[in-house]
Design a protein around this ligand. Structure first.
Ligand SMILES: Cc1ncc(COP(=O)(O)O)c(C=O)c1O
Length: 423
């Protein structure tokens, strides 16, 4: 479907939906409704993915196990809780291009980020800086600043921020490499988003990892906006770690458990300092309750406590849908759907808005960020009142994401109609 020559009329959207091999997945999700009972135009999967209809069955199964088995549910029943998180290992690994030993589903993104930095941010007098995006997601900024201070350094001298050139919204790939080349010897950790939350820019993670490792830096990625959105080959690219959340493109539900990748080369790095908890202990001997901590090999060795089964159940439901749809097909539709939205918006040029997301499909995922200076917020509120669900990021960014798993070409068409009318 990639590269279809787009056409402006509604017939085109209808025809594209009719021949979309993924179109039927839409019926597997609940769409919120307007007050008048119409389906919303939901373009907010970059913030909270929709609820898969099979989520309640997965959840009910675990509630039933709890009711019927009580504590025995840990070791008995069809899906014993002791190993429940492992049901997600294979699909999660496939999703991020990793081996099962390299991934684990646990905690929230920010907690995982701290756990990773506890092991991988080891600043010295010569090499103490953390490189992040200028205007990185606030939680990352707070986490990074607190880690810098925790190690006795100060953000003004230890925080290095990557900014776009004056007058530009996105960072140029070559500027990232130049910065790493110039400052690399003092950088302890490069921590960038896979996809920037505000602009929707996808970074060249392979190039960044190569450049960073060449200079001896640890490389980590925040994949909150990348997981389930763009193709990832973490094992091959070789960053040291990555973290993500599961409530956006992965549809795991509000506050769902996040994910964590630790490259295989660290799987048995027992000398790395880490914050320990009993769920990371070798599972054969965990219940001997001994005093010595013997972590499992791989990402599971960074777990802390036992996982929240009731939060994992909807994620398992969603991952099964993901596996059925297949990442390659999803990406192909995503490139087409986002390109279509960009095309339609381009048919309505106006000085009142501009798209700040990169134009090249390889430098973005599903999200388009529309800059609406001045009265943009009012326009956003008007659209929201008419059943368009996107989100607003201060001071002037309207983010929308046509998600290939459940959005249609007609959603995109209707959105652009309403957007133009509201302008
Ligand atoms: C880029 C990015 N990083 C971090 C977070 C924080 O995630 P959590 O609240 O799950 O720790 C978010 C949440 O939306 C995010 O978008």
């Amino acid at each position: 479907m990639t590269g279809a020559p787009f056409q402006p009329g509604e017939e085109f959207a209808v025809a594209m939906d009719a021949r979309d091999p993924l179109a039927h997945f839409r019926t597997r999700f609940y769409f919120p409704q307007t007050k008048t009972g119409d389906e919303c135009i939901y373009l907010c999967g970059h913030s909270l993915g929709l609820q898969p209809k099979n989520a309640s069955a997965y959840l009910d199964e675990q509630l039933r196990n709890w009711a019927e088995l009580g504590v025995d549910g840990h070791f008995h029943g069809k899906t014993p809780w002791i190993k429940y998180h492992r049901l997600l290992a294979h699909q999660t690994a496939t999703l991020v291009g990793a081996g099962p030993v390299e991934v684990v589903v646990m905690n929230s993104l920010t907690v995982n980020l701290h756990l990773m930095m506890a092991s991988f941010y080891r600043p010295t007098k010569e090499r103490h800086k953390i490189l992040i995006e200028n205007g990185a997601f606030p939680s990352d900024q707070y986490a990074v600043n607190s880690q810098i201070r925790f190690h006795g350094f100060e953000p003004p001298s230890s925080l290095l921020e990557l900014a776009p050139r004056a007058g530009e919204s996105c960072v140029r790939d070559e500027d990232i490499e130049t910065l790493i080349e110039r400052e690399g010897d003092s950088i302890a950790l490069i921590l960038l988003g896979g996809v920037n939350y505000a602009t929707g820019q996808a970074f060249d993670m392979e190039g960044i990892t190569k450049a960073g490792r060449r200079k001896g830096c640890v490389v980590g990625f925040d994949l909150a906006h990348a997981a389930g959105n763009i193709p990832l080959r973490l094992h091959e690219w070789g960053p040291d770690f990555a973290v993500w959340c599961s409530y956006k493109y992965l549809n795991g539900g509000p506050g769902c458990v996040g994910g964590c990748f630790v490259h295989e080369r660290h799987a048995r790095a027992w000398n790395l300092p880490r914050l320990a908890g009993w769920w990371a202990h070798e599972d054969e001997t965990r219940f001997k309750m001994g005093p010595d901590f013997r972590p499992m090999a791989g990402a599971e060795g960074w777990q802390l406590g036992n996982p929240p089964i009731l939060a994992l159940a909807p994620l398992l439901a969603s991952m099964e849908i993901f596996s059925e749809a297949g990442l390659e097909r999803l990406r192909s539709k995503s490139v087409s759907l986002t390109g279509y939205m960009e095309f339609l918006l381009g048919q309505q040029p106006s000085p009142k808005f501009s798209i700040i997301t990169p134009r090249e499909p390889g430098r973005r995922g599903a999200q388009l960020s529309i800059r609406l200076p001045g009265t943009g917020r009012e326009l956003f509120d008007r659209l929201a009142a008419r059943g368009v669900v996107g989100d607003w990021r201060e001071p002037d960014i309207f983010r929308i994401a046509p998600v290939p798993l459940y959005n249609s070409y007609q959603d995109v068409y209707r959105f652009v109609q309403r957007f133009s009318a509201a302008l």
